[in-house]
Write a protein that binds this ligand. Structure first.
Ligand code: PLP
Length: 424
């Protein structure tokens, strides 16, 4: 029986789409390695890693086995008053992999929730420190931190659609987006906007929240490690906590374990998500330092006030453990390096095209930024005809394929990107 696209079109919301005039959806029946198989038999090479999440490829035998073995034991139990081996193993690994000061782990079900948790941790911490007026946040223009109300309040005010929700969202502060390119020293004046805001408002600021090195959904921008070093210094100077949102950058995507490794900074709180289960099941984590945890528990509540129903889901933890085990074999460094050098070789010819503003490559991320927004309907169809799955947004045609992609498949992706830029 065919997938009922008529029903899908009439009744099901897809991300950021209209239900009255949706773009077509392509029906998937299977996926394997870096290939997504459509119902009509077409096979697409995946350039998106299903939004940053797939690292080792689809239908991975070891991940499948880990999940099946856990399924035979227990699929889910509540995490209030109960615990289990997959969660303990996962949190041990996360504590080991992340900067040494981060020792306490809060598991949740999605990136946006992990960000809400991080923000609540920061607010509760300052309550514990008897400074309850410190409860607002400073973030960066062009940043993206999720779609829930709290997370939205720290997203770029324009692309985050703040005007639509202006009566609901907490009013936060936004520094100008970093202009200093990745790999280069800080441009004169680039930290000025951030510095003046933190100087002026530190008494009411609980924390700074940003995506280290790569601003993802807000425009695929890569910026200088010096900017992060400067941010860390100013956070310490003005007693404002630093939250690194590593939901997109965590676990190797930019060529280092975490985005923050490019600058060697030590945040108070980090969030992980997307990549955590290698693209299998939704799972997220928020890690904080002992100091933050103690502050939170000194607050009047005495406990951290959050507890999702599916917290620490054993299936998700089990598959995350296997995915992290695969990463810890350290093959990903060579894989990401190989992807990076191939992207560097193959994408930059697009720089000559009149439609192209800039080509950027970092780790396993390749971006062609156009002068004008893409025609989504046209390009989506074009990419599928070329046998690739690439989903552009705004002015960006970009890919971040699974780490296991072979060079021939990657060339197919880069050729399709360049053709798309030519016809734009
Ligand atoms: C995707 C993303 C989120 C939100 O994660 P969801 O799982 O979609 O809720 C938050 N922060 C960053 C940096 C992201 O890329």
């Amino acid at each position: 029986m065919n997938i009922d696209l008529e029903f899908d079109r009439n009744h099901i919301w897809h991300p950021y789409t209209s239900t009255t005039d949706p773009l077509p959806c392509f029906p998937v029946v299977a996926a394997e390695g870096v290939h997504i198989k459509l119902e009509d038999g077409t096979t697409l090479i995946d350039g998106m890693s299903s939004w940053w999440s797939v690292l080792h490829g689809y239908n991975h035998p070891e991940l499948n086995t880990a999940l099946q073995q856990q399924l035979d034991k227990v699929a889910h139990v509540m995490f209030g008053g109960l615990t289990h081996q997959p969660a303990v193993d996962l949190c041990k690994t996360l504590v080991n992999l992340t900067p040494p000061n981060l020792t306490k782990v809060f598991l949740s079900d999605s990136g946006s929730v992990a960000v809400e948790v991080a923000m609540k941790m920061a607010i509760q911490y300052w309550h514990g420190k008897q400074r309850p007026h410190k409860q607002r946040f400073l973030s960066l223009e062009r940043g993206y931190h999720g779609d829930t109300i709290g997370a939205m309040s720290v997203c770029d005010p324009i692309t985050g659609m703040h005007s639509l929700f202006s009566d609901t969202l907490s009013q936060q502060f936004f520094a100008k987006a970093p202009q200093s390119p990745y790999g280069q020293p800080l441009l004169e004046g680039d930290l000025d906007s951030f510095e003046s805001l933190i100087k002026q408002h530190h008494d009411e600021l609980a924390a700074v929240i940003l995506e280290p090195i790569v601003q993802g959904a807000g425009g695929m921008r890569f910026y200088s490690a010096d900017y992060l070093t400067g941010v860390e210094r100013l956070c310490r100077q003005y007693q404002v906590l630093l939250i690194c949102d590593e939901i997109a950058t965590g676990l190797g995507r930019t060529g280092t374990w975490f985005g923050l490794d490019h600058a060697n900074i030590t945040p108070d709180i980090i969030t992980l998500g997307k990549t955590l289960t290698g693209g299998y099941i939704t799972l997220a984590a928020t890690l904080c330092s002992d100091d933050i945890a103690t502050g939170i528990c000194d607050s009047k509540a005495g406990v951290f006030m959050h507890g999702p129903t599916y917290m620490g889901n054993p299936l998700a933890c089990a598959v995350a453990n296997k995915s992290l085990e695969i990463l810890q074999r350290n093959e990903w460094q060579d894989q990401v390096r190989a992807i990076e050098s191939q992207l560097n070789r193959e994408l930059f010819e697009a720089q000559q095209l009149p439609s192209v503003k800039e080509v950027r490559v970092l780790g396993s991320i390749g971006v062609i930024e156009l002068h004008k927004p893409v025609d989504m309907a046209k390009l989506q169809q074009f990419f599928v005809e070329q046998g690739v799955w690439i989903r552009p947004f705004g002015r960006q045609i970009y890919i971040m394929p699974p780490y296991v992609i072979d060079s021939e498949s990657l060339s197919k992706l880069t050729r399709a990107m360049i053709s798309a830029a030519k016809m734009s």
